[in-house]
Each structure stands twice: as C-alpha cells, then as structure tokens.
Design a protein around this ligand. Structure first.
Ligand SMILES: O=P(O)(O)OC[C@H]1O[C@H](OP(=O)(O)OP(=O)(O)O)[C@H](O)[C@@H]1O
Ligand SMILES: Nc1nc2[nH]cnc2c(=O)[nH]1
Length: 179
C-alpha cells in the first residue's frame, strides 16, 4: 500500500513526484524559449496556485522577459448575472505584447475562458496559455491551450501549489485524493 498523508479530513497519496514535475517543467521552458526566441514576452502567473510552477518555470527561461502575478476573484454580482470573475493586479498594458498565461490547473476551463476573454480585450500581439495540469474529461468548453504539462484523470489533486481548503500548497510532490 502506498503511504498516505492527511490534510484536514482527507487522505492523499503521491501521484507525480517532484523530480518528474520538474523535468517536464524544464521541457516546457525549453519549448517557450524556442517559440519566443527574439521576443520579450510577459508572463502572467495566476495566483495563488501557480506560484510554485511559475517559480520553477522561470528558472529555465532564458528569454528577456517580464513576469507579473495576477489574482482572479470571483464573486456573485447579481442573481441574474451569477458569478463574475475579475482580474486583479494587472498594471501593465498588454497591447501589442506577447502574453503567456501561467496556470497550475485547468479543470472545467471556465476560469481560463474568462481570463482569456478579458486579456484579449487588451489586444495583445499573442496570447499563449501554459498550464502544469489539465483534466480533459472535466472541460466544459473547448479551449486552446498551447502547453500542458500533464493530463490528469478527473480526480482532486493537491500539492505543488494546489490547496485543499488552503492547506497543502507547500507539498513538493503532486498528490491525489485516495478513493
Ligand atoms: O478550470 P476551473 O474549473 O475554472 O478551475 C481552475 C482554477 O482553479 C484553481 O484556482 P482556485 O480558484 O482554486 O484558486 P487558487 O489558485 O487561489 O487556489 C486554478 O488555479 C484555476 O485558476
Ligand atoms: N487543489 C485543487 N484545486 C483545483 N482547482 C480546480 N481543480 C482542482 C484540483 O483538482 N485540486
């Protein structure tokens, strides 16, 4: 039996070890270095979950580039419009820039679809999406993602920046909820 850890009331086991995650992140960085050779992209890392992925990715990026950290807040605007997602912390103009959005996970895809819509309104030269994890079966609408680190089954995961009720973000491996 695999060893498990407990976070709050739930048990998790290792799904992907740190060294595998970090080898794949180095490959993604290499692809980005090639895709954006001669350009000065701006990386937009979506907090909180992407902090560990973004830090590891940037260590292998050799381009002249900027990085900035955004938060998205979703709140109930009115009963009729339902959930509204607002991007916070974006002070730079993205017009004419090569923008690379860095996410930890795309699950239903609804967060990323809305982030994309708002960023495209600023007329960037290009908009690329990089996510460490994606759950293809959970996607609610098709979405163009340029770089995916790992495709996962539709199960709750934890660690490497991702939380369960705010705990577990500091775990160096990726864990999955035990069945
Ligand atoms: O594809 P979706 O179903 O929309 O889910 C993906 C979103 O969920 C996570 O963020 P979360 O809201 O948990 O915030 P956090 O990054 O601060 O943990 C993740 O970082 C994505 O932003
Ligand atoms: N921690 C965590 N956050 C998520 N946000 C969307 N999907 C997930 C998931 O599987 N785990």
């Amino acid at each position: 039996m695999k060893p498990t850890i407990q976070v709050h009331d739930k048990h998790f086991e290792v799904l992907i070890a740190q060294h595998i995650l970090e080898e794949r992140i180095a490959d993604i960085a290499q692809n980005l270095n090639e895709d954006f050779a001669g350009k000065k992209p701006i990386f937009l890392a979506i907090l909180n979950g992407s902090f560990m992925f973004a830090a590891q990715l940037m260590k292998s990026i050799t381009l002249d580039c900027q990085i900035t950290f955004l938060r998205v807040s979703s709140y109930q605007a009115t009963e009729s419009t339902g959930k509204v997602l607002q991007i916070l912390g974006l002070n730079e103009s993205l017009t004419g820039r090569d923008v690379i959005v860095v996410e930890d996970i795309i699950d239903t895809g609804l967060t990323m679809i809305e982030i994309k819509r708002q960023l495209l309104a600023q007329a960037p030269a290009s908009l690329s999406i990089v996510t460490l994890f994606q759950k293809p079966e959970a996607l609610k609408q098709p979405i163009d993602i340029q770089h995916v680190g790992f495709e996962l089954e539709n199960k709750f995961v934890l660690g490497y920046g991702l939380d369960y009720d705010e705990l577990g973000r500091n775990l160096a491996d990726l864990y999955v909820l035990c069945e």
